[in-house]
Write a protein that binds this ligand. Structure first.
Ligand SMILES: [Zn+2]
Length: 234
């Protein structure tokens, strides 16, 4: 399959240079992106024979352009077919999917980004599910990764391993912070994310919270009155 990419004009701390919209041969688009007129027009110009629109997940930077594209081009918003396999990858959102081509090219939406890491926002986002989804993708032995944000990666397996290792390291940092006496999420954030842009404090604290939920589900951490403790059973 011939793959081209376009970057939507929505750069930011979470979207990196902007959402990547992928054009597959001359008939399909994966993640049409935000409903920005110039972006929709650019997709239309690049894809005069557009037939199918695929979406990895429902977030505002990935899905909204699907509806105007459908009405402008008569393309269908579809479940995958024609060689694209859908892989359920809950974690970033509960309904997130990735798409795998017969050449083992993998479209990962926000499950794996081309640079940096993705954010898990509970309760729709779930860290346990997310790590299981990464392991599931690794088992499919993808060749290249076409992420929702950031550049295409030719080192798919190494990148997935890096993603899993990063989460395991973060989990260990949460446990270490608890053992060192940081029992609230802001205290843990100050220990774990030492040099962080203030605009990302909220997101960082939610990531810690996502790890704490996983650790509680596993019986390794207890919560009492808004504070967290390593479980005596762990
Ligand atoms: Zn996104």
């Amino acid at each position: 399959m011939k793959i081209r990419d376009m970057v939507a004009p929505n750069p930011g701390p979470f979207t990196l240079s902007g959402t990547r919209t992928y054009l597959i041969d001359d008939f399909a688009v994966i993640d049409p992106g935000p409903a920005i007129d110039s972006h929709i027009e650019a997709i239309r110009e690049a894809m005069p024979k557009l037939k199918k629109v695929f979406i990895t997940h429902r977030h505002a930077d990935h899905a909204p352009a699907a509806l105007p594209l459908k009405s402008l081009t008569n393309a269908q918003i579809v479940a995958p077919a024609g060689g694209l396999e859908v892989i359920a990858t809950p974690g970033h959102t509960s309904e997130h999917v990735c798409y795998l081509t017969p050449d083992r090219d993998l479209f990962t939406g926000d499950t794996i980004l081309g640079e940096g890491t993705t954010a898990i926002f509970p309760p729709d986002g779930n860290m346990s599910d997310y790590i299981r989804s990464l392991e599931k993708l690794r088992q499919r032995n993808p060749r290249r990764i076409f992420p929702g944000h950031g550049p295409t990666r030719d080192d798919a397996i190494a990148l997935i391993d890096e993603y899993i290792a990063h989460r395991m390291q973060r989990e260990q940092q949460v446990i270490d912070a608890l053992r060192a006496g940081a029992h609230t999420i802001p205290e843990m954030r100050r220990r774990i994310y030492r040099e962080l842009d203030e605009r990302l404090y909220g997101a960082a604290e939610v990531q810690i919270y996502a790890h704490l939920i996983k650790l509680q589900d596993e019986g390794r951490v207890d919560a009492r009155d808004g504070a967290y403790y390593v479980s005596p059973r762990a």
